[in-house]
Write a protein that binds this ligand. Structure first.
Ligand code: AMP
Ligand code: TRP
Length: 330
C-alpha cells in the first residue's frame, strides 16, 4: 500500500490554485493509501510571520483540509510543529546537505531576492527549507507526494538527500516519488495570465480565494481579463486569459476543452463566465459552510490531537532508526 504525505504552509489565504493544484487531489488517496496531511507551520516561519496570525491560519488551514473532504478516520491530519521529530530529523538532513546545492534551488533564489529587497536580509531558514521538507516526507516512509509542478525541484533534492543518507549510513529511508495532477492544473492570475495565481498577489482581482463569498467570486470572474476575439477557444498563445478560465472550467466540470468549445460555440464570454462562476460557487459553497462549522469547534482540536498522536508514532519509529544509523545516541 502506498504511503502519501503532503503539506501546505499556513502562510496566507488559500487560492483556487491551491485547491485545484493541490488540496483537491489529496482527497481520493485516503480511500486507498495510508495518508499523512500536514500543516507545515515550520516552513511558514522561513519568512517573518506575525505570531497571532500564524496561529489563526494554522487552525483555519486544518479546518479547510477537513472541509474539503479529508476524513480524519481515513487520513492523519496534523500540525508539523507538534511532532518534534520533524525538526529533529530536519537538522540531520541539514547536516546531510551542501550549501552549493541549496543556493541553486530556484525557490530559494526567488524568495531570497524578495526578502532581501523587503527586509534587507535573507533568513537562513529559506536556505534550509528543502532539508526540512525532506525530513517531513522521509519520516513516514512515504512512497508518493501529491504536489503541484512547482515542487519538482524540492522532490528531486528530497530523493538526493535520502539516497545520500542511505548510502552513507545504511538503508533507512524509502525513496518517495512525486505525484502531479494530470494536465498539470496550473491556475494562472485572472489579471495577468502569464503569472501563477498566488496567495500573495498585490492585485486583489487576480486571485480567487477559497474563502471568498459568492458576490466576490462573481465580481472577480466578471473582471477577469479575456481578449477581443470573442470566441471560447483554447489557445494559450493567442487567448491566454480565456484559456486559463477554460482550464478552471475543465478542472471543475470534468469536461474536455473540445466539449467546452462546442458548448459555447457562437456564444460570448458573458455566458461562459456566468457558467464558470456557477461552477466555482457550486464547488466552494459547501466547503465554506463546513469550514465555518469547524473553525471554532472542539471537534477540530480532537481531530488534531488524534492526528498528532498517530503521526508521532510513525515518525518516531523512523527517527529512532535514523539516529541509530547516524550514531546519534549514547
Ligand atoms: P503555495 O501556495 O506555494 O504554498 O503552494 C501550496 C500547494 O499548492 C503546492 O502544492 C503548489 O504546487 C500548489 N499551487 C499553488 N499555487 C498554484 C496554482 N496557481 N495552480 C496550481 N497549483 C498551485
Ligand atoms: N514546499 C511545499 C509548498 O510550498 C510545502 C511542503 C512542506 C510540503 N513540506 C512538504 C509539500 C512535504 C509536500 C510534502 O507547497
Amino acid at each position: 500500500m502506498d504511503v502519501i504525505f503532503s503539506g501546505i504552509q499556513p502562510s496566507g489565504s488559500l487560492t483556487l490554485g491551491n485547491y485545484l493544484g493541490a488540496l483537491r487531489n489529496f482527497i481520493p488517496f485516503q480511500e486507498k493509501a495510508e495518508c499523512y496531511y500536514c500543516i507545515v507551520n515550520q516552513h511558514a516561519i522561513t519568512v517573518p510571520q506575525e505570531a497571532a496570525l500564524l496561529h489563526e491560519r494554522t487552525r483555519n488551514l486544518a479546518a479547510l483540509y477537513i472541509a474539503c473532504g479529508m476524513d480524519p478516520k481515513k487520513a492523519t491530519i496534523f500540525v508539523q510543529s507538534e511532532v518534534p521529530e520533524h525538526a529533529l530529523l530536519g537538522w540531520m538532513m541539514i547536516c546531510t546537505s551542501y550549501v552549493g546545492e541549496m543556493e541553486r534551488m530556484t525557490q530559494y533564489k526567488s524568495k531570497a531576492r524578495k526578502e532581501e529587497a523587503k527586509e534587507g536580509f535573507i533568513p537562513l531558514g529559506l536556505m534550509t527549507y528543502p532539508p526540512l521538507m525532506a525530513a517531513d516526507i522521509l519520516l513516514y516512509q512515504t512512497t508518493l507526494v501529491p504536489v503541484g509542478e512547482d515542487q519538482t525541484q524540492h522532490m528531486e533534492i528530497t530523493r538526493d538527500l535520502a539516497e545520500r543518507f542511505n548510502r552513507k549510513y545504511g538503508e533507512v529511508f524509502t525513496l518517495p516519488k512525486m505525484w502531479a495532477p494530470q494536465g498539470g492544473a496550473r491556475v494562472m492570475s485572472l489579471q495577468d495570465p502569464s503569472s501563477k495565481m498566488s496567495k500573495s498577489d498585490d492585485n486583489e482581482w487576480a486571485t480567487i480565494h477559497m474563502l471568498d463569498d459568492t458576490d466576490t467570486i462573481v465580481k472577480k470572474i466578471k473582471r477577469a481579463v479575456t481578449d477581443s476575439l470573442g470566441h471560447v477557444h483554447y489557445d494559450k498563445e493567442t487567448q491566454p486569459g480565456v484559456s486559463n478560465l477554460m482550464s478552471i472550467y475543465a478542472a471543475l466540470s470534468g469536461k474536455s476543452y473540445e466539449d467546452i468549445e462546442r458548448d459555447y460555440e457562437g456564444k460570448g464570454y458573458g455566458i461562459f463566465k456566468k457558467d464558470l462562476t456557477d461552477l466555482i460557487v457550486g464547488e466552494m459553497a459547501p466547503i465554506l459552510e463546513r469550514y465555518h462549522e469547524l473553525t471554532g469547534s472542539p471537534e477540530l482540536d480532537r481531530i488534531l490531537d488524534e492526528g498528532r498522536e498517530k503521526a508521532e508514532a510513525k515518525a518516531h519509529a523512523t527517527y529512532t532508526r535514523a539516529i541509530h544509523a547516524m550514531g546519534l545516541y549514547r
